[in-house]
Write a protein that binds this ligand. Structure first.
Ligand SMILES: NC(=O)c1ccc[n+]([C@@H]2O[C@H](COP(=O)([O-])OP(=O)(O)OC[C@H]3O[C@@H](n4cnc5c(N)ncnc54)[C@H](O)[C@@H]3O)[C@@H](O)[C@H]2O)c1
Length: 247
């Protein structure tokens, strides 16, 4: 059955939230995990998962910094000789209605959520191509498809992730590499916990499975796409939203 024994995975934004859930599920599945984050707390998350038996280590990486990305990839290759899986999970929000949004808020979201995929994918792809195997899975969002008030930057970036994935899948498939995306719906993390109670209740009321999603729910969605068994799934966006927006 599905496991990631013997496989090396990079998970960006793994310090907390969905990324932490993905790290946990991947550790449980036997992968060796490189947890990337700009936050130092990534070290604590990695230590916690290591204490639970995970093969995991922290690398402080800002995914918008090409030098940092290349340096971390080189370290992984020196230590483990390969990279099987890249999970482009890290993301940010800078919500404002469009006339109030600053250029910096627009640029920050596009850079972290979308342009970083160009950097991280370029860094790992030569190794995956040489190995004739790879899984690249990136974080889209329900709001990249539905749109959301105050999120022209975020929705554009997350729709961009789906388009990037559809184009990439055509380029890399012949090398045994697949490119897919996960579009989470309403998930309980720091990104959503600051919302007012009534907004959270109203959000849950829109979800047919009648609950908010968890980071581990997302971890299992990523796990399937990252598995060897998903080799014929290429270019899709898996909508993991409890049915909030059937697609
Ligand atoms: N929470 C939700 O409901 C939800 C819904 C749809 C999509 N998503 C997407 O899922 C992903 C994870 O969301 P989350 O809720 O866990 O967010 P989060 O804010 O809890 O965690 C994101 C992590 O990414 C890291 N990060 C941010 N910028 C970075 C950078 N430049 N380099 C490296 N790491 C960086 C942060 O430090 C943080 O640890 C994001 O891409 C988000 O857009 C989340």
């Amino acid at each position: 059955m599905i496991n990631l024994e013997g496989q090396v995975a990079i998970i960006t934004g793994g310090a907390q939230g969905i990324g932490e859930g993905v790290c946990k599920v991947f550790c449980d599945a036997g992968a060796t995990v490189a947890l990337w984050d700009v936050r130092d707390s990534g070290a604590e998350t990695a230590a916690k998962l290591k204490a639970e038996g995970g093969k995991i280590f922290f690398q402080k990486v800002d995914i918008t910094n090409r030098e940092a990305v290349d340096g971390a990839v080189n370290e992984i290759i020196s230590a483990h000789s390969k990279i099987d899986i890249l999970i482009n999970n890290a993301g940010i929000v800078r919500d404002k209605s469009i006339l109030k949004m600053t250029q910096e808020e627009w640029d920050a979201v596009i850079n972290v959520n979308l342009s970083s995929l160009f950097t991280t994918t370029q860094a790992v792809l030569p190794y995956m191509r040489e190995a004739r195997y790879g899984r690249i899975i990136s974080a889209s969002s329900i709001n990249g498809f539905a749109g959301a008030f105050g999120q022209t930057n975020y929705s554009a970036s997350k729709a961009g992730v789906a388009g990037f994935t559809r184009a990439l899948c055509r380029e890399v498939g012949r090398y045994g590499i697949t490119a897919n995306a996960v579009a989470p719906g309403f998930i309980e993390t720091e990104m959503t916990s600051g919302m007012p109670e009534e907004i959270i209740k109203a959000g849950i009321a829109m979800i047919p499975v009648a609950r908010i999603g968890t980071a581990e729910d997302m971890g299992y969605a990523y796990l399937y796409l990252a598995s060897k068994q998903a080799g014929f799934i290429n270019g899709v966006t898996l909508h993991a939203n409890g049915g909030a927006m059937p697609m």
